[in-house]
Design a protein around this ligand. Sequence first.
Ligand code: FES
Ligand code: FES
Length: 202
Amino acid sequence: MTEHDITLTVNGTAHELTVEARTLLIHALRDELGYTGANVGCETSLCGACTVHVDGEAVKSCTALAVQADGAEIETIEGLAAADGELHPVQRGFQEEHGLQCGYCTPGMIMTATELLEENPNPTREEIREGLEGNLCRCTGYQNIVNAVENAAAAMSSGAVADGGAVRWPTDDGDGDGDGDDDDGGSAAGTDADDAGAGGRE
Ligand code: FES
Ligand code: FES
C-alpha cells in the first residue's frame, strides 16, 4: 500500500504524519492524532457524526481521504471553545436547550451548525432544519437541536464578537478588570460557566 507524508493543521497545531493512500480523514484524526471528538457512525456519508471543518467548510470526514486534506486547516469540536474554556455560543446553545441526549451526534451537529450560522446568522427554524439535514440524531427528536441553534443565533447576534472568523463571547465584560468574568454576582447575559450547569451533558 502506498504511503504519503502529509501535514494536517488541527485546531491550530500542525501535525506531520504518514498515512496510507486509503486512510480516511476521520481515522487520521482519531487514530493517528488522537482527536476523538468527531465520531464514526455510518462511514457512508449519511449520519454526519464525523463532521469537522476543513478550511472553514463542514465536511463529513468519513468521506474524505486524509491525503485530500494535506495542507488543510482543520477544526474539530475540541478546538471550538476559547482557550480559556469559554464555550462557543453553539455549544452553549446545545447545553442550555438540552440539544443532546447520548451526545454521539453532537460534535457533528455543532460543527455543521457553526458553519450554518457563519453563512446565515439569522436562520428560520426551517432553514436550521435544512442546514442540519445531513446530520442524524437517534435521541432528541430534533426539536431541542433546532432550539439550540436558534439560541446560539440570538446569542451571537446580540452579544458575541467576531474573532478571526470564529465567533466567541466577549472577553471583556466591561467591568474594568479585562478578565471577561462577570463580577457582579450573577450573569444577566448567561455567559458565566456555572449559569447553565457544567459539562454540557446533562
Ligand atoms: S460517519 Fe461520516 S457521515 Fe456517518
Ligand atoms: S443525542 Fe444521541 S444521537 Fe443525537
